[in-house]
Ligand binder design. Structure first.
Ligand SMILES: [Zn+2]
Length: 161
């Protein structure tokens, strides 16, 4: 599918994957516009890290958001949020890198490199053992809502250790 943003190396396919929408023109113009801004923020993050980042969830239609247990007012519905994972690393390397990525996005939001917005860690499975492990950062959510938001519980905060 077409590149969404000229310099971002991000495609419409990546942000619409699993969204319930197959083509950007099915979306209202304001959501398409939000996705282009989001892609720019993602480009900045990717360039700052140099890490191989995979988008696991971008835009979500209301039906998909409900099916995956997303918050009713989720920024994903507005095309302002990405859930991301790191790829191509061993589990041992991955955790420190996920924490580094969290700190990098946190700083980029604070110093204006990207729009201020939400940032949170989510626990999941250890990719090497397949075990459900709440000590494991599975993915990061970040969004471009325009103001700072954090919802890491004490448990999640521990993942950032
Ligand atoms: Zn999310």
């Amino acid at each position: 599918m077409d590149i969404l943003h000229g310099y971002s190396r991000i495609t419409w396919g990546e942000v619409l994957h699993g969204s319930g929408v197959s083509h950007p023109h099915e979306l209202p113009a304001d959501i398409r516009h939000n996705l282009v801004s989001l892609a720019e923020a993602f480009r900045v993050v990717r360039d700052l890290t140099g890490m191989a980042i995979r988008i696991c969830s971008g835009y979500r239609s209301p039906a998909v958001n409900e099916a995956c247990g997303g918050a009713p007012g989720s920024q994903h519905l507005q095309g302002r949020a990405l859930d991301i994972r790191l790829v191509g690393r061993t589990a041992t390397v991955l955790q420190p890198e996920m924490r580094a990525l969290y700190r990098l996005i946190d700083r980029a939001q604070q110093n204006g490199r990207i729009h201020p917005g939400g940032l949170a860690v989510y626990a999941g499975r250890d990719p090497e053992t397949g075990r459900r492990d709440t000590d494991w950062v599975d993915f990061l959510h970040f969004d471009t809502r325009g103001w700072r938001a954090r919802w890491n519980s004490a448990d999640r905060q521990r993942l950032l250790g």
